[in-house]
Design a binder for this molecule. Sequence first.
Ligand code: UT7
Length: 314
Amino acid sequence: MTTATGSRIVSVGHYQPARVLTNDDLAQMVDTNDEWIRDRVGVVTRRIADNETVADMAAAAAEKALAGSGLTAADIDLVAVATCSSVDRCPNVATRVAAKLGIAAPGAYDINTACSGFSYALGTADHAIRAGAARNVIVIGAEKLSDFTDWTDRATCIIFGDGAGAAVVTAADEPAIGPVVWGSAPEKGETVRIEGWRPYIQQEGQAVFRWATTAIAPIARQACERAGVAPEEIAAFIGHQANARIIDGIAKRLGMPQAVIVKDIVESGNTSAASVPLALSKLVERREVPSGAPVLLVGFGGGLTYAGQVVRCP
Ligand code: UT7
């Protein structure tokens, strides 16, 4: 296989379960209300999977992305899945997706960096293509966080949702996926946890909020710089959909207008590694941003980890 100058996202796809859980539904389950959730987090609805697994949702999103790519399963030589909520340790989600889509012998790995996972996985796909280790890659973010939600804890159960988003990435002469900027703050790692002995999402919300609203804007700025794009030239900003106030805070520090900020959190909640590709796929579906326009992706969360890059809209 030959190396390539760069890579690009050719097509995207997403999947969300049918069941909608509203803020009023949650108010029947815990001591909360629609107004608090809208004001403090920005979520109005989220989707909850019933029978679907992480791999089912990942495969459904990947199938849609593949259908729009002009490629077939036989062309795919790498599947990378970002997730932190797959219940099974083995086999991984990537091989299950490959089996469901009939991709015969791809490289197949899962990445767990929680909410920043899609940008990490996209970065590794770009690297693999540039190194000549792959030509056509499916990159997926998929989560079923409802399996790890304590439905009696109002501080967390109102935030999260389930879903998946996927992108088909291929070799390109003109690089259309900017250099990934990634890193972590391990000393703050215990502020978001899903521990084996108590497998529910626990987080020190205020500590993560403070970190995200101060640490992530400089990372986003670096991602723009490394792509050679000024923040004011960004056509859409897709931050991890953790909290609408966090997204606004980052955008404000970057000097970005409201018009470019993507807030899928309103209808999907926080879907961890799925949130960025889900929002990107919906943005492309709505045709809000012209093909080729620069879109800033930035994930952050458990670990605490972060990653971001500027991509050209497919
Ligand atoms: O994606 C993974 C990374 N995670 C994040 O990025 C999360 C970052 N953190 C956050 O988004 C926010 O901190 C939360 C949404 C988790 C919480 O919002 P907050 O504004 O930081 O609320 P708080 O925890 O400071 O709580 C404020 C008040 C408290 O009441 P008192 O002590 O002031 O009387 C809470 O008990 O709001 C209360 N509260 C609620 N009230 C109604 C907490 N949860 C709820 C609720 N409904 N669901």
